[in-house]
Structure formats: structure tokens, C-alpha cells
Design a protein around this ligand. Structure first.
Ligand code: DGL
Length: 270
């Protein structure tokens, strides 16, 4: 692979959730230019078919390749589960393709602190059973309890985060008895770190909440360093694209990037 270290990192998600990963990447690798794509027109991905998600992912990937991205980071668990292999094959030697599931499962499986692990995500991610399969492949002694929490994404994208509605939905899902004795809970959806504090509070701060955005950003840093692809630019100008405008996206992007965000509509997935 002959990639240019000064080229940007492409990151995509169905909406604003992947900004949790993009924000972590920006903090760890401030010299990297990020091109973010949120497929807000097709959100949520969680209840779409794998075929539909593959199609959207390929179109976004082509858009990011046109922008000369050296990395395509699928910052969406649902798309990582449904489309990672397809995207990787499609991209070939043009860029490095990363997903969010492999770094998180490796991190959990290799950590002895975690024995009884809860996993929450979209219907698509949970029905793929990839978290459980990948964790148990590394450590067959781990107990993994997976549960879909499909209302969280629309709830978050609609801005219900710190209120009675979000608290009621969080309580309703997380009171499920299967989750009661877990020692850790993986937020297997990149939207969920936005409600991490409320989830922590629900478990009385006794359960380890694993937010994989940090783990993914560190893995990205490791790969860039290993392949000598770390950018040396100063003050890169990030770019944000969406397939449909939403106020929530702008607010969140400005919150994570601490700068004014010029949101550009790009109809690439239609
Ligand atoms: N944030 C995404 C994930 O990690 C997608 C959520 C959705 O669009 O349903 O799964």
C-alpha cells in the first residue's frame, strides 16, 4: 500500500454517533485532518437490512476515497457488523479500512477485570452476535449477555438526553434482569457514549461502562504509527458532510470539536 501520510482520515456513521469516535481521534491525533460523513438521511441503520447498509457504506466509502482518505474508519457498529468485509474488499489497496468492533472486543477479551459482560447495541449489531463471538474466540471463559436497545439512537438524535423521557427509556431497557449481575457494559453503538453518564448513574456507578471510542482512537494511532502514516500538519481543517441537515448534528459536532462547524450536504447515498 502506497499511502500519503498527509491525506485525511475518513470517518462515517449513520448520523452523529460516530462523532464520539471522531472526537476521540481528534483529541489523540490533533494533527490529523478528519473528513466525517453522517448518513442522516438513512438513520437509523439499526433496523435496516444488511444489504441496504452495505450499499450505503459503499457509496460513502467511494465519496471518502475521492477525497483521498488514507483511512476509512467505519465509526458505526451496525455498519461494521454488516459491511466491514464488503468495504474492505471494495477498497483494496486504496486505503486502510478499520471497524469499531475489533478494537473493542480485543480490549475486553484481554482484560481480566471483565468476566460477565453486557453488550448493548442496535438490533443489527446484536443480531450479528459478533461481540460475543469475537470475545469468546479470544477467551472462551467470558460470559457475554447481549441486548438490543433500539430506541436509544432515535432518542439521542432527537435530542432527548438529560430528561424524563431519556431517563425512562434508559431505566426500562437496563432494568432487564439479564443485565443485573454484569461487571461491565460495552456501549456497542457509537451513539451511546452521549448518554454514558446517565447509564453509569443507572448502575449506581458500580458497573464498568466501556466506551469504545477511546479504544478505537488508540488502535488507529497504533496503526498509523506502525505504517509510518502519522500526519505532521498543524491545525488541520476538518470537514463535515451529511446526507440530510439536522440541527442536532451541528450542535453535537461543535460540542465534540470545539469549533464552528460548516456542515455540507452531500447526497452521496441516494
Ligand atoms: N451509531 C451506530 C452504531 O454504532 C448506528 C446507529 C443506528 O443508526 O441505528 O451502531
Amino acid at each position: 500500500m502506497n499511502l500519503d501520510k498527509n491525506n485525511p482520515i475518513g470517518i462515517f456513521d449513520s448520523g452523529a454517533g460516530g462523532l464520539t469516535v471522531a472526537g476521540a481521534v481528534k483529541n489523540i491525533l490533533p494533527q490529523e485532518k478528519i473528513i466525517y460523513f453522517g448518513d442522516t438521511a438513512h438513520l437509523p441503520y439499526g433496523d435496516k437490512s444488511a444489504d441496504a447498509i452495505k450499499q450505503y457504506s459503499l457509496k460513502i466509502t467511494d465519496f471518502l476515497l475521492e477525497k483521498k482518505c488514507k483511512i476509512i474508519l467505519i465509526a458505526c457498529n451496525t455498519a461494521s457488523a454488516a459491511a466491514y468485509e464488503t468495504v474492505k474488499k471494495h477498497v483494496g489497496a486504496k486505503a486502510i479500512v478499520l471497524n469499531v468492533i475489533d478494537p473493542a472486543t480485543k480490549f475486553i477479551a484481554n482484560n481480566n477485570k471483565y468476566k460477565k459482560i453486557g453488550v448493548i447495541g442496535t438490533k443489527g449489531t446484536i443480531s450479528s452476535d459478533l461481540y460475543s463471538t469475537k470475545i469468546k474466540k479470544i477467551d472462551s471463559q467470558k460470559q457475554v449477555i447481549s441486548m438490543a436497545t433500539p430506541l436509544f439512537v432515535p432518542m439521542i438524535e432527537e435530542g432527548f438526553i438529560y430528561d424524563n423521557i431519556s431517563n425512562a427509556i434508559i431505566k426500562n431497557y437496563l432494568s432487564d434482569e439479564r443485565l443485573q449481575n454484569i461487571d461491565s457494559l460495552i456501549l456497542a453503538c457509537t451513539h451511546y457514549p452521549i448518554i454514558k453518564n446517565q447509564i453509569r448513574k443507572f448502575f449506581n456507578f458500580k458497573t464498568n461502562i466501556v466506551d469504545s471510542s477511546q479504544v478505537v482512537a488508540r488502535e488507529l494511532q497504533r496503526i498509523l504509527a506502525e505504517k509510518q502514516l502519522l500526519n505532521t500538519n498543524i491545525n488541520p481543517k476538518h470537514e463535515f458532510y451529511v446526507s440530510d441537515y439536522t440541527d442536532f448534528f451541528s450542535t453535537l459536532a461543535e460540542m465534540f470539536f470545539d469549533e464552528e462547524v460548516n456542515l455540507i450536504k452531500a447526497d452521496v447515498t441516494n
